[in-house]
Design a protein around this ligand. Structure first.
Ligand SMILES: [Zn+2]
Length: 228
């Protein structure tokens, strides 16, 4: 091989390598979730949150102004939380210890009504306390599972919006937590944080499938708790 041929081959190799790297970069960009100038979404919300009107979030197409007595047009931690939840367009996976907040329940029911895949995992004891919204969710046809173990609590407080946005922190979905407690919530689309929560939700969902447990129990107690 002459020197000229060798240089030509090296040149072609370099071009091919450059094109290959470009193509891999292009593919990586296509496969990665959307990243703004600051990278994936990262937001921190602190509670308690003031009570303001959030009607516009439930019905963004509404044309007439809301006449309720609450303050309007104010962004709060709660309105941000609600906005993130209502941004769901495919699915909502919710894993929450205590769920009695009426507005959050309304949001979950609204998403279910829009045809989204909604799954809720909750605690065995807390799902039936006074004011719990779990019964309302089940009556609406939302698939709810609860911690089957009698000795541990399902104490998580996280939600996955469309499987790509994670909402997690100390906040239980109760009016007390939202309006009175000092609580924190992180909202993120960082895949390295979202994926373990997706995996854990799937694992807990399967582990708490009553179909896998009922056959160990007498039939009279098999469904006790499941339909509460
Ligand atoms: Zn209003």
């Amino acid at each position: 091989m002459s020197l000229g041929q060798l240089l030509k081959m090296l040149g072609l190799g370099a071009v091919a390598l450059t094109l290959g790297v470009e193509w891999v970069n292009w593919l990586a960009r296509r496969l990665r979730p959307w990243r703004g100038p600051q990278g994936p979404l990262k937001e921190v919300l602190f509670f308690p949150s003031p009570i303001t009107c959030t009607e516009h979030l439930y019905s963004p197409d509404r044309t007439s102004p809301c006449l309720c007595p609450l303050p309007h047009g104010i962004d709060t931690s709660f309105s941000r939380l609600l906005e993130h939840l209502l941004s769901a367009c495919v699915s909502l996976e919710l894993c929450v210890f205590s769920f009695s907040h009426l507005e959050l329940s309304r949001a979950v029911l609204l998403l279910h009504g829009r045809g989204l895949a909604v799954r809720v995992l909750t605690d065995r004891d807390y799902m039936s306390i006074t004011g719990s919204q779990i019964g309302a969710l089940r009556r609406a046809g939302i698939c709810v599972r609860h911690e089957l173990s009698k000795v541990v609590h399902m104490h998580h407080k996280f939600a996955l919006v469309d499987g790509r946005k994670l909402i997690t922190g100390s906040l239980n979905w109760t009016a007390t937590a939202v309006q009175s407690n000092k609580e924190n919530v992180i909202v993120t689309e960082e895949p390295e944080l979202v994926q373990p929560y997706r995996d854990e939700f799937s694992r807990l969902w399967e582990a708490n499938d009553p179909a896998n447990h009922n056959h160990h129990l007498p039939s009279s107690t098999a469904t006790k708790g499941w339909h509460q």
